[in-house]
Design a protein around this ligand. Sequence first.
Ligand code: NAG
Ligand code: NAG
Ligand code: NAG
Length: 323
Amino acid sequence: MKLSLFISSLLAMIVACPNLAESAGSWTYRDPEGPDTWKHHYKDCEGHEQSPINIVPKDTFFEPGLADLVVNYEKSVSAKLFNNGHTVQATFLTGKSNISGGNLTSHFRALQMHFHWGSENSRGSEHQVGGRKFPLEIHIVHYNAEKYPSVSEAVDKGDGLAVLGILVELQVQDNPVFDVMVDNLDKARYKGNEVILPSLQPFSFLPHDIAQYYTYRGSLTTPGCFESVQWFVFNHTFPISQAQLDKFRDLFDSEKQDTKKLPLVDNYRPVQPLYGRSVSEASNALLFPVARHQTKLWIAWDSLMTRQYFMKQQSICALYQPQ
Ligand SMILES: *[C@@H]1O[C@H](CO)[C@@H](O)[C@H](O)[C@H]1NC(C)=O
Ligand SMILES: *[C@@H]1O[C@H](CO)[C@@H](O)[C@H](O)[C@H]1NC(C)=O
Ligand SMILES: *[C@@H]1O[C@H](CO)[C@@H](O)[C@H](O)[C@H]1NC(C)=O
C-alpha cells in the first residue's frame, strides 16, 4: 500500500511538473543528492530500522537456536546484467532459486544480485564489521514468494524481503567465479547498458562457509529505504583480485552521451544507527572449545532463562558439554 501510494504520488509529481521530475525522485551517493538528503523525498530513509549497519561482533547476540540458512539455488540461471547508474545488477531471468531457514518463516525467492564498491580499497562495502570496511559487498535479494504475489507487493512489507550480504576481500589471484561478471562489465559500462549472462551460478558467489552469519532487521540501502529486510551477513568473506575489482571502477554512473558522467564508485550508503536493535549471530562455534565463546554463551544462557527462548533443558545442557 505504502509503495503504491508512493508510486502514485511520484507519478502525480511527474505529470504535474515534468521539469522537476528528475530532481524530485533522483538520488545519488554524492552531494548535493547524497545519502543525507534521501529522507527529504523518501521518508522511510530516516526510520529506526535502517541499513547498512556496523556489526560489532562482541555485541552480537549469540543465538544457538538459529537454524542454518538453506540455500536452494538452481545450479545455473540466466540473468540480465544491467547498469542502472547506481550499481550493476544481475537480475535472474529463470527459475525458482530460493532461500529458507535462519529466521525466515517461508521460502524467499532470489531476484537479483548487485554490488557496492569503493574508489579505493579501504572502502566500498555497506556493512562494516567492528568498524572495518571491505572493498566490495555483494547483495543477493530475495522476496517472500509464499506470501506475496510479486516483489512490488513484498518490497515494503515487514516480512517481504531477505538479503544476503557477502563481504569481499582482496586476494592475489583472480577469483574465477567473478569472471562471469568482470568479463561482461564493459558491456554494461554506461547507465542503461545491459547484457545477457546465459549461465550464472549464484551459489558460487557465497563464501565457502555459510554456517556463520549475522542476522538483523533492517532496510533497503537505497531509496525508498523500506524496512522490509531480514539481513544475513556472512562472517566468512569472499575473494576478488585487484584487477577484477578495478573493472568495477571502470563503470560510469551516466549514459554514454552524457557530458557530466562520473565513475560509478563509492556507491555505498553510510552505516545507520541501531536504535536499540540487536544483531544475532548464528555460528557453528559450539563445535569449538567453549572458551572461545564463553562470554557469549553466558549471555545466551542469561537470555535463555529470562526470555525463555528455548524450551528444552536438554539442548541447553548440550551446549555446555565438553566434546
Ligand atoms: C525453492 O527451491 C526448491 C529447490 O529448487 C524448489 O523445489 C521449490 O519449489 C522452491 N520454492 C519456491 C517457493 O520457490
Ligand atoms: C526473527 O523474526 C521475528 C519475527 O519476524 C523477529 O521478531 C525477530 O526480531 C527476528 N530475529 C532476528 C534475529 O532478526
Ligand atoms: C568473523 O568472526 C570473528 C569472531 O567473532 C570476528 O573477529 C571477525 O571480525 C568476523 N569477521 C567478519 C568479516 O565478520
